[in-house]
Design a protein around this ligand. Structure first.
Ligand SMILES: *Cc1c(COP(=O)(O)O)cnc(C)c1O
Length: 330
């Protein structure tokens, strides 16, 4: 493999040994409806059943377990309103450390309460995610807290990559993986594991059509800034960081394609997951199903679809299931 792959199969195997017992080894379920639709066996990797409701617990737990005893004593910090914040809150408590999650004053109270309930301290600071990040930097500089970033970090990528090991264990005849791409930690980790074990497996990245930071960055040849739009797949929002160190080069080298989905397609994925698979998924979690029912691929053989998370506002979920209008529809 080219030298620019910074996270290796050995790193991912070490992560798997480390986090075993702290996170769920999630099941794979064959989908009869999607297998019939696509004409090949389609298997759902139920990372939505992971503790805290999303895969991010794997990376956060691996990061916590690679810290020194002294670092763990000081605690960790991140600016996240979503699944990374939840994961870090849970993971830090499970290893006897402490997380501080910085959020802006505009973050809805239910998100604040959820992170507190998982055991983290919440610092409200500023009126935007960038201003919350200023507080993170201050806590790192002045109080010795360790920042755990959501994707561009070797321990986090290796933790997410443990999903790839499980895919090959459970489905050795695997030919295609459909995986969400935002910052690229999930896709980098899974692709590094799967391609090291079975180089011919195709790894297709998926994201929403507006603000597709990784796809635009790969096209430009370097990380680019993108405008952010509201989306049903809110967990896929945000950029990849202009000083990206790992996930840009890993995704560029390892992903076979990145495919974009509209809001209406993502809504159809959420509905199909609920009605046919009996799964509650957030938009990001349902995007693989969305791509299959939109008929975006000609699949050659056994396919694994990552269901990455289920943390959706249940009022929004009911609205979508009932076929309600989409505010941000394209
Ligand atoms: C964070 C997240 C993603 C995207 O992961 P990246 O590592 O940022 O690419 C996908 N789905 C869910 C549910 C997430 O929370």
């Amino acid at each position: 493999m080219p030298a620019e792959h910074h996270v290796s199969l050995d790193d991912i195997r070490a992560a798997a040994a480390r986090i075993s017992g702290h996170v769920l080894r999630t099941p794979m379920a064959q989908s009869s409806s999607l297998s019939a639709l696509c004409g090949v066996p389609v298997h759902l990797k139920l990372e939505s059943h992971q503790r805290t409701g999303a895969f991010k617990l794997r990376g956060a737990t691996n990061a916590m377990l690679t810290l020194s005893a002294d670092q763990r004593k000081h605690g960790v910090v991140a600016a996240s309103t979503g699944n990374h914040g939840r994961a870090l809150a849970y993971a830090s408590r499970s290893v006897g450390s402490k997380a501080t999650i910085c959020m802006s004053s505009l973050v809805p109270q239910n998100k604040v309460d959820e992170v507190r309930r998982l055991g983290a301290e919440v610092r409200i600071s500023g009126k935007s995610q960038d201003e919350a990040q200023v507080e993170v930097d201050r806590l790192v500089a002045h109080e010795g807290l360790v920042m755990v970033p959501p994707f561009d970090n070797a321990a986090v990528i290796a933790g997410q990559g443990t999903i790839g090991l499980e895919l090959i264990e459970d489905l050795p005849e695997l030919e295609t993986v459909l995986v969400q791409v935002s910052g690229g930690g999930l896709a980098s980790g899974i692709a590094a594991a799967v391609k090291a074990l079975k180089p011919d497996v195709k790894i297709i990245g998926l994201t929403m059509d507006r603000g597709a930071a990784m796809k635009l960055s790969i096209a430009a040849g370097h990380p680019v800034e993108v405008e952010e739009y509201p989306s049903l797949a809110d967990s896929l929002g945000g950029g990849i960081g202009l000083d990206n160190k790992l996930t840009f080069s890993m995704c560029r080298a390892l992903l076979d394609d990145i495919v974009l989905l509209t809001e209406a397609e993502i809504a159809a994925g959420i509905r199909h997951a609920y009605e046919q698979e009996r799964e509650v998924l957030e938009g990001a979690g349902a995007i693989g199903i969305a791509a299959l029912i939109a008929g975006r691929f000609k699949l050659s053989g056994p396919t694994a679809v990552i269901l990455s998370g289920r943390n959706i506002d249940m009022r929004l979920h009911r609205h979508i299931i009932n076929g309600g209008e989409l505010e941000n529809a394209t």
